[in-house]
Ligand binder design. Structure first.
Ligand code: TYD
Length: 199
């Protein structure tokens, strides 16, 4: 089973992914976790380019680099793991490109959805947990750390990212929107309730 975690930087998705990873492991399930961009040797090299604050990357170049990292991740890790019956947990996947590049960078939601299908060879998550927080809270939470290039974009950019995610949550059946202002425990209870029927 393939599960993605999505949301604004600072929404708490990585914490929830780790909790689910431990939970599935304890339940005796085969499970792996990966992050995007990255997780393969090629992907980590691409990640370093994408997050470098000193580079001035054109937005189409940016999208294609995210897609290249994803294509490699699918072939090298995700597809083989799914074939062996693993739970695959990803910290961001195709919908990050839809929201950040398609929505916020104005490259077009449908364009990015089409290119994602090519990059992933039509492999998409069974479930996407979108942990939704208001932009003000995201900014407060990420102000504490040393920001990477995309986190540096500011309020208007993040509003567009959030609105794109909210658009997807109305459109997609596998998209589960969770209120990220709840406590870590409450959010995890909600995630578990959606996973229960699959374990
Ligand atoms: P991430 O590693 O999730 O950052 P963090 O660990 O700080 O939460 O993602 C790095 C940045 O890349 C993040 O700002 C979102 C952005 N991103 C895109 O713009 N498009 C994409 O397709 C992906 C996967 C990430």
């Amino acid at each position: 089973m393939f599960i993605a975690f999505e949301g604004l930087d600072g929404c708490g998705k990585s914490t929830q992914l780790d909790l689910l990873f431990q939970y599935l492991k304890t339940a005796g399930k085969k499970v792996i976790k990966v992050r995007e961009p990255g997780s393969t040797e090629i992907g980590e090299k691409i990640r370093a380019i994408l997050l470098d604050r000193n580079l001035n990357i054109n937005e189409r170049t940016e999208l294609l680099l995210f897609l290249a990292s994803r294509a490699q991740l699918v072939e090298e890790i995700i597809k083989p793991a799914l074939n062996e019956g693993y739970f695959v947990l990803v910290d961001r996947f195709a919908d990050s490109s839809v929201a950040y590049q398609g929505g916020a960078r104005n490259l077009g939601i449908e364009n990015v959805e089409f290119l994602n299908t090519f990059a992933t060879n039509n492999i998409f998550p069974d479930l996407v947990f979108f942990i939704d927080i208001p932009v003000e809270i995201a900014l407060k939470r990420i102000s504490k750390k040393n920001k990477d290039r995309l986190e540096n974009e500011g309020k208007a950019f993040l509003e567009k990212v959030r609105n794109s995610y909210l658009y997807l949550s109305n459109k997609r059946e596998n998209f589960i929107t969770i209120n990220g202002e709840k406590t870590v425990e409450e959010i995890f209870e909600e995630i578990k309730s959606h996973i229960q029927k699959f374990i």
